[in-house]
Design a protein around this ligand. Structure first.
Ligand code: PMP
Length: 411
């Protein structure tokens, strides 16, 4: 069991008042907070080792390179990739998916090929594929969802065919909190000679992920959703594919030789990483992985599940409140979306903020999903390893207060 009380001492940001109430931070699906040990690792890097990586022979450059590449090795171990050649540092999930749609798409997608997404995708896992489909005259298709908000596997079996070139799918939804059966999908996609791309932004921070066991071709995620800093993320790809793909950006660091008319590329993974990278970000992500490993991803998964088990029936008991997604917290991360009848979610989120409770409201970068759910926007609470049942109680109480306020006009 996670010792949350002790762990929260690492997160001074959580121990503050907001609008004269103690902060309850429930916007972890957007960005998580950074604990002191990770900030300290990054500070030490800037205090002692800061220099450009890969090209310097002096001691600081060597230290910076070693720390940065050690972080890459930590990522490799964390997701169980075969080799560091398969671990590319990017700016985040969005840039990972854009690189992929550009690089893999330009090389392998042809007119009439089908790209299969689902209705629960984040815009980052829709728009790059739309752009690719336009460039190549490929066809976009969407797997539907069951009434409970799970991926409809029967529909997946109908949609994924010999024409399918790519299936790009979230591992976990950033709105419904559901976890998709990636191993099953991979088998289905590979049976039809397609390639599977997984948006792991909402999964890697919350549960153990093993890309080798899942046998996925590509897997993307972001550092800032797993206690790390912003501006750093990962694209995992099987060597077989990465070797055949062209870089998306060109310049320093990614070359082997540059002649006047031609150039050759560096080895994987550096072939894809043009220019000076986010060195402190990479080191911070490595440190975040160390922190998460010490607690264990299994523990984090169970902790979030317990909180969802606790909060879901209490939310559903509030009259006039609609919860989107499964009514039973099976295969669920710590994300939960809801609306209160007659109240715009922005108003609800503002009322919660007045009580110190930070949730998100809006379309959550998933407009096709919200259309599918027949709503313009929702409120969303997302729990993480440092949240408690007290936080869940505060959420429930503040929703009830907001409901009363908008009914009677006073807190
Ligand atoms: N996919 C999903 C499922 C997400 O939740 C997010 C972040 N909201 C992204 C992609 C994009 O991540 P980033 O903004 O870090 O690139």
């Amino acid at each position: 069991m996670i010792n949350v009380e002790k762990l929260r001492q690492d997160f001074p940001i959580l121990a503050q008042n907001v609008n004269e109430e103690s902060l309850v931070y429930l916007d972890n699906a957007a960005t998580t907070q950074m604990p002191d040990p990770i900030l300290q690792t990054m500070k030490t890097y800037y205090h002692k080792d800061h220099a450009n990586v890969h090209r310097g022979v002096h001691t600081l450059a060597q230290r910076a390179t070693e720390k940065y590449e050690t972080a890459r090795e930590k990522v490799r171990q964390f997701i169980h990739a075969n080799e560091i050649a398969e671990v590319l540092f990017t700016k985040g999930t969005t840039s990972s998916l854009n690189w992929l749609a550009r690089s893999f798409g330009d090389r392998f997608i042809n007119e009439g090929d089908e790209i299969v997404l689902s209705y629960m995708e984040h815009h980052s896992n829709i728009v790059p594929w739309q752009q690719l489909a336009k460039r190549k005259k490929a066809v976009l298709k969407y797997i539907s969802l069951t009434e409970d908000g799970f991926l409809d596997m029967e529909d997946a079996r109908r949609q994924i065919t010999e024409k399918t070139a790519i299936v790009a799918i979230a591992h976990a939804s950033n709105v419904l909190g559901v976890i998709n059966p990636i191993a099953e999908l991979t088998e289905l996609v590979h049976k039809h000679q397609g390639v599977i791309v997984v948006d792991g932004a909402q999964a890697v921070p919350h549960m153990p992920v093993n890309v080798k066991e899942l046998d996925v071709d590509f897997y993307a995620f972001s550092g800032h959703k797993m206690l790390g800093p912003t501006g750093i993320g990962v694209l995992y790809g099987k060597r077989y594919w990465l070797e055949q793909m062209e870089p998306v950006e060109f310049g320093g660091e990614m070359i082997d030789f540059v002649y006047l008319q031609e150039s050759t590329w560096a080895e994987l993974p550096w072939k894809f990483e043009a220019g000076t990278p986010n060195i402190a970000g990479g080191i911070g992500l490595g440190s975040a992985i160390g922190y998460l490993n010490e607690i264990s991803l299994e523990e984090i998964y169970h902790h979030e599940k317990e909180l969802i088990h606790y909060v879901l029936p209490r939310l559903e008991a509030i009259e006039g409140l609609t919860v989107y997604g499964p009514s039973e917290p099976v295969d669920h991360t710590g994300v939960i979306a809801f609306n209160l009848d007659g109240l715009h979610p922005h108003d609800l989120a503002t009322a919660l903020d007045m009580q110190g409770v930070a949730v998100r409201a809006g379309h959550h970068c998933a407009q096709p999903l919200l259309n599918y759910l027949d709503t313009m926007a929702t409120a969303r609470a997302s729990f993480y390893l440092y949240n408690t049942k007290d936080d869940a109680d505060r959420l429930i109480e503040s929703i009830k207060e907001a409901k009363e306020f908008f009914r009677h006009g006073s807190f």
